[in-house]
Design a protein around this ligand. Structure first.
Ligand SMILES: C[S@@+](CC[C@H](N)C(=O)[O-])C[C@H]1O[C@@H](n2cnc3c(N)ncnc32)[C@H](O)[C@@H]1O
Length: 363
C-alpha cells in the first residue's frame, strides 16, 4: 500500500469509532484477565475462605486458606482492581461483599459463576494445537484437553443435575411416573455420569445405561456409581455412532452432546431406532441460532464461537467428523430431529439455564 492511499484511509477513519474500539479492547483485556484470576480463586478455595471471613489482611486470608501469602496478595490485587473484592487501604484488609460471594463461593452452587471461568485455562492449554489446525486442518482430540471432563461435570452439575427433578423431568409430564414404575434409560455422551447417577438414585426401579467416547469420563462415572452403591446403572466406553439397539429404551437423553458429534445425523437416527414406540427423547443443547447474524445479540455469542473453535468443533473434526460447532443452532437442530423421524419436537427454554435449549420428542 502506498503512503498516499494510507493517508487517505487514515483521513477517512471515524476517530470516535476507532477510539471506542480501543476503549472496549482495554476493557476486554481486564475482563479476560479476571476470568483467569476467578478460576484461580475457585480452584484454590480463596473465594470460599473470603466468603467466610470478616475484613482480613492478606496474611490472615493466606493462613486460613493454607496458601502462600505472596501469591494470595498478588491475586487480591487483581480482585480489588477488578471490583470483586473491597479493599480498606488504612487497615490493609480485604472483604468479599456478600452480593459477590453469592455467585462465587462453592456454597453458591448451583449458581456458582466461578465454575464457568475455568474454561479459559482449559482452552488455553490447547492453543498451540489449534493454531496448527488452522494451518493444517483436522482437529484436536478429547484426550488432548486437560481437565475437560472435570470442568464439564462441574458445569453440568449446576445446569443439569441440580435441575433434573424440578425443571428438566417435568418437561415430559409422564416421565416421573414411568421412571418410578421402572423403565430402560440410555444417556449418550454421559461424561462423568453425574446426571445418570442422580436419576438412578431417584428411581431405583429403573435401569440406566450411560455411554461415552472417553475412557477417563467413564472411569469417573463408574467411581461415582460405586460411591453411591448404585446397582441399577451401567457405564461403558462406547462410540454411539455405532449404536445398533432397536426398540430397547423408553427414554434416551443427551446433555450438551449432539453438536460435537462426529456424525450427528447418524447418532440421531440411532437414537430414534433405539427408542421403543412411544418412547421419549430428551436433549439439552446450546441456545443459539444457526445463522451468525442472529447470534450477534446473543449475550454470550463470542464465548460460544470461541469454545467451538477451541473445543466443540475441533473434537468433531479430529474424528474426521462434520464439525457442526457449538452454534449449529435451533433451526438446524429442529431440521435434523425431524429428518431422524421425530415429528413432535418441542423446544423449551428453562429459566435456570439461559445457555441451553431443551428438546423433547417421541417416537
Ligand atoms: C460436552 S460433553 C457433555 C458431557 C455430559 N453430557 C455433561 O453434560 O456433563 C460431550 C460428551 O459427549 C461425549 N461424546 C462425543 N461424541 C460421542 C460419541 N460418538 N459417543 C459417545 N460419547 C460421545 C464426549 O466424550 C463428552 O463427554
Amino acid at each position: 500500500m502506498t503512503a498516499t492511499t494510507d493517508t487517505t484511509l487514515t483521513r477517512q477513519l471515524d476517530e470516535a469509532k476507532s477510539q471506542a474500539f480501543v476503549d472496549r479492547f482495554i476493557n476486554r483485556l481486564n475482563e479476560s484477565a479476571l476470568m483467569l484470576s476467578i478460576s484461580l480463586g475457585h480452584r484454590t478455595g480463596l473465594f470460599d475462605v473470603l466468603g467466610n471471613l470478616p475484613p482480613a489482611t492478606s496474611q490472615r486470608i493466606a493462613e486460613v486458606a493454607g496458601l502462600n501469602e505472596r501469591y494470595v496478595r498478588e491475586w487480591l490485587g487483581a480482585m480489588v482492581t477488578g471490583r470483586i473484592v473491597d479493599y480498606n487501604s488504612d487497615q490493609q484488609t480485604y472483604r468479599l461483599p456478600p452480593e459477590h460471594a453469592r455467585w462465587l463461593t462453592r456454597d453458591a452452587a448451583p449458581e456458582c459463576l466461578a465454575v464457568t471461568a475455568q474454561w479459559f485455562s482449559v482452552l488455553g492449554r490447547v492453543e498451540d494445537d489449534i493454531v496448527d489446525r488452522f494451518k493444517q486442518g483436522g482437529g484436536v482430540h478429547y484426550h488432548c484437553f486437560h481437565r475437560f471432563h472435570e470442568v464439564m461435570a462441574a458445569e453440568s452439575s449446576q445446569t443439569v443435575v441440580a435441575a433434573l427433578e424440578d425443571h428438566i423431568l417435568p418437561l415430559e409430564p409422564k416421565l416421573r411416573s414411568q421412571l418410578q414404575r421402572g423403565i430402560d434409560v440410555l444417556e449418550i455422551g454421559c461424561g462423568s455420569g453425574l446426571a445418570l447417577c442422580r436419576l438412578a438414585t431417584l428411581f431405583p426401579q429403573s435401569r440406566f445405561n450411560g455411554y461415552d467416547l472417553c475412557d477417563d469420563a467413564i472411569a469417573a462415572a463408574r467411581r461415582e456409581a460405586q460411591r453411591l452403591e448404585l446397582t441399577n446403572v451401567r457405564f461403558e466406553a462406547f462410540d454411539v455412532t455405532g449404536l445398533t439397539d432397536e426398540e430397547r429404551y423408553d427414554l434416551v437423553c443427551g446433555f450438551d452432546v449432539i453438536h460435537d458429534q462426529k456424525a450427528p445425523a447418524t447418532v440421531l437416527d440411532n437414537v430414534y431406532r433405539a427408542l421403543k414406540r412411544g418412547g421419549t427423547m430428551l436433549f439439552q443443547d446450546i441456545a443459539a441460532s444457526s445463522y451468525l447474524e442472529k447470534n450477534i445479540e446473543n449475550p454470550i455469542g463470542s464465548f460460544l464461537y470461541t469454545i467451538s473453535t477451541m473445543h466443540c468443533m475441533t473434537v468433531s473434526l479430529a474424528q474426521g467428523g462434520e464439525g457442526l460447532g457449538t452454534c449449529w443452532g435451533e433451526e438446524l437442530a429442529m431440521k435434523m430431529f425431524a429428518e431422524a423421524g421425530f415429528t413432535d419436537v418441542r423446544m423449551h427454554k428453562l429459566p435456570h439455564d439461559f445457555m441451553n435449549n431443551y428438546y423433547v420428542a417421541h417416537k
